[in-house]
Design a protein around this ligand. Structure first.
Ligand code: COA
Ligand code: AMP
Length: 626
């Protein structure tokens, strides 16, 4: 079987025909007759005359078609010693009832709802309830600090915030509600209500009448019906890091996203209805939106929602236990997770205690999959391991091994081939296309396929400036890479100031803004440096103002704490060096690439001819190697 060349060509040559065909896999209230409507900026709207409700497709449709008693969601929480399951019928009913509660709070089609939740089923229920009503959800990762939450609240202006009393990190209970309270104090336009799911492990204090107890308020609520949505109506806004302190609200439509996810479940993941998918990520990231919540449910599969870590909850056998216990067919997580398992259990002795008979494939994304991790995972599990490349902006894989339609050998370091729908080109800075094996900017020829971002929330100018202007007629991914002679795509890393820490995306520009706010700091730079476990971690370098006498260690600690307080511990800025000088060009631009090379201990550092003060290089090399 190799349908890939045909399907890929068709998707590019006749995109309307191709995607209208794929759209038939879903239940529409009004089936689209029009595939794509071009926009002036080169992008396109998909299925403009289609009407659907994605929560209906994900739940009600399956209940109405014989899957009511099949498991839709399995919740496994080693951190609270809890396991529970939801059939499609149970999940549909809980979603409808919670949607009824939102409706009672006057949440309606088009309103925004911010969801700040740990990995508990109520996070998925809240998302699906918004979708049921046609409200636009914006999930904020629970590891973000109040300031980050406040920034997102101000941008999305939600009618309601939904949260839980706490999250649990390994053995630490993290009360979420005080963070929400603080965020609402910081926010310029806080919403009127906060709905709180009380967890037994830590009950939150509620401020009535603003705060509403989820469990208590549900009593007597009438379940809400599914709203009829245009395919182009926004389903959600998901904030991601850009190059500045202000996160970008990636807007996702409803119909295009549903079609793309449904297609990818078969083509990329090879998942059939009734199979089990375990995606170890978080609903706060795009991976969680697409493949913990919407993708598996749209496909009639079972999703595992895991509240735990790959290690320490309780040990490095956690993933293998889950695969065995629930008969998982597809496991997907970030390479970091597998590096953590490998570090704790290099011989994979814990794996021997579990049967992986049902497991068919392992997927990794979120950061570059280094060949040693790929090889180790393949060797110890005996399963095929697939790297695949995508972003918050794309919403679903752009490069992958299309296992559902073809069999291609994997190549270490490569995310394999462009997925049907994505016309991926490698471009030189002047926009000309580069030949095989030449490294350049990874871009996608417009129009993008269904499912990709449609704009930046409230900021179309930023959307165009950030993604569409660099190369006319192309979407710029922000990643660099190349294609080899066989067309395999190799993603080599970001070309901007975005870094990837344990598969999580952060802006070094934002961290610099936070460091620069400290009264002792005259100048600073934050760079991503290689880290054995997390892929990259941020490193801060600061120059203090004249006359500042604070001890460097004390300042360093203060700055680390500032970033924890403003962004969250998850940013992992653990080191800030106080240095006398930073390498700059004669025009005053900090040479961050050079800094990265020095911090990574690169012995082949080429000192740019534009450098203003070559003497600082040795000084920094010395400082960074201490
Ligand atoms: N809520 C609150 N705090 C959180 C959090 C959350 N949801 N997630 C992380 N944090 C905190 C942690 O408690 C930790 O705090 P600390 O510095 O006080 O100890 C900090 O953020 C860093 O957490 P983490 O990145 O999870 O590092 P770790 O050292 O605890 O664990 C790994 C290392 C590799 C096990 C972990 O990073 C991991 O599981 N990575 C996989 C990531 C992933 O799935 N990415 C999804 C993309 S597909
Ligand atoms: P996010 O938007 O948080 O999903 O992060 C997207 C970024 O992560 C991409 O732009 C890449 O830089 C990186 N990334 C994701 N998947 C891969 C991969 N398979 N290989 C290399 N980099 C990846």
């Amino acid at each position: 079987m190799n349908n890939y060349p045909h399907e890929y060509e068709l998707s590019l040559q006749q995109p309307e025909k191709f995607w209208l065909q794929q759209a038939k896999q879903l239940h529409w209230f009004a089936e689209p007759q029009q595939g794509l409507r071009p926009n002036e900026n080169g992008t396109a709207d998909w299925f403009v005359d289609g009407e659907l409700n994605i929560a209906f497709c994900a739940l009600d449709f399956h209940v109405d078609n014989g899957r009511g008693d099949q498991l839709a969601l399995i919740y496994d929480s080693p951190v609270t010693a809890t396991k529970s399951t939801y059939t499609y019928r149970q999940l549909r009913d809980e979603v409808a009832q919670f949607a009824g509660l939102l409706k009672k709070q006057h949440v309606k089609k088009g309103d925004r709802v911010v969801i700040y939740m740990p990995m508990i089923p109520q996070a998925a229920i809240a998302m699906l309830a918004c979708a049921r009503l046609g409200a636009v959800h914006s999930v904020v990762f629970g590891g973000f600090a109040p300031h980050e939450l406040a920034v997102r609240i101000d941008d999305a202006t939600p009618k309601v915030v939904i949260t839980a009393s706490c999250g649990v990190e390994v053995d630490k209970v993290i009360p979420y509600k005080p963070y929400v309270d603080e965020a609402l104090e910081l926010a310029a336009a806080p919403p009127q209500h906060v709905i709180v799911w009380q967890r037994e492990i830590c009950e939150a204090r509620l401020q009535e009448p603003r705060d509403i107890d989820w469990q208590q308020a549900l009593a007597g609520v009438t379940p809400a019906e599914c709203a009829v949505m245009q395919a182009t109506d926004p389903l959600y806004v998901l904030y991601t890091s850009g190059t500045t302190g202000k996160p970008k609200g990636v807007v996702r439509d409803t119909g295009g996203y549903a079609v793309a996810l449904r297609y990818s479940m078969r083509t990329v993941y090879g998942i059939e209805p009734g199979q089990v998918m375990f995606v170890a990520s978080d609903v706060g990231w795009v991976v969680g939106h697409s493949y913990i919540v919407y993708g598996p449910l749209l496909s009639g599969a079972t999703t595992v929602l895991y509240e735990g870590k790959p290690v320490r909850t309780p040990d490095a056998g956690a993933f293998w236990r889950i695969c065995e216990e629930y008969g998982v067919q597809v496991l997907f997580s970030a390479p970091t997770a597998f590096r953590a398992i490998k570090k704790e259990d290099p011989q994979a002795t814990l794996l021997q205690q579990h049967s992986l008979d049902k497991l068919e494939r392992i997927y990794m994304a979120g950061e570059r999959l280094d060949p040693p991790t790929l090889e180790w995972t393949q060797e110890v599990t005996g399963k095929p391991v697939y790297d695949h490349w995508w972003q918050t902006e794309s919403g679903w894989p752009m490069c992958a091994n299309p296992v559902g339609i073809a069999e291609y050998p994997t190549k270490p370091g490569s995310a394999t081939l462009p997925v049907p729908g994505y016309d991926i080109r490698i471009l030189a800075p002047d926009g000309t296309e580069l030949e095989a094996n030449q490294q350049g900017a990874v871009a996608v020829k417009l129009p993008l396929p269904p499912g990709c971002l449609t704009t930046i929330w409230g900021d179309e100018t930023r959307f165009q400036a950030g993604y569409l202007r660099e190369f006319s007629g192309f979407y710029s991914s922000g990643d660099g890479g190349y294609k080899d002679d066989d067309g395999y795509v190799f993603i080599m890393g970001r070309t901007d100031d975005v870094i990837n820490v344990a598969g999580h995306r952060f802006s070094t520009g934002e961290m610099e803004e936070i460091l620069a706010m400290d009264p002792a700091v005259a100048e600073c730079a934050v760079i991503g440096v290689a880290d054995e476990l997390k892929g990259q971690v941020p490193l801060g370098l600061v120059i203090v103002k004249d006359g500042v006498t604070i001890a460097p260690e004390v300042l360093s600690q203060r700055l680390v704490q500032r970033v924890r307080d403003e962004i969250g511990a998850v940013a992992c800025l653990r080191q800030v060096h106080v240095v006398p000088r930073l390498p700059k060009t004669r025009s005053g631009k900090i040479l961050r690439r050079l800094l990265r090379q020095l911090a990574d201990g690169d012995s082949q550092v080429a000192i740019p001819s534009t450098i203003d003060d070559p003497g600082c290089v040795d000084e920094l090399r010395q400082r960074l190697s201490d």
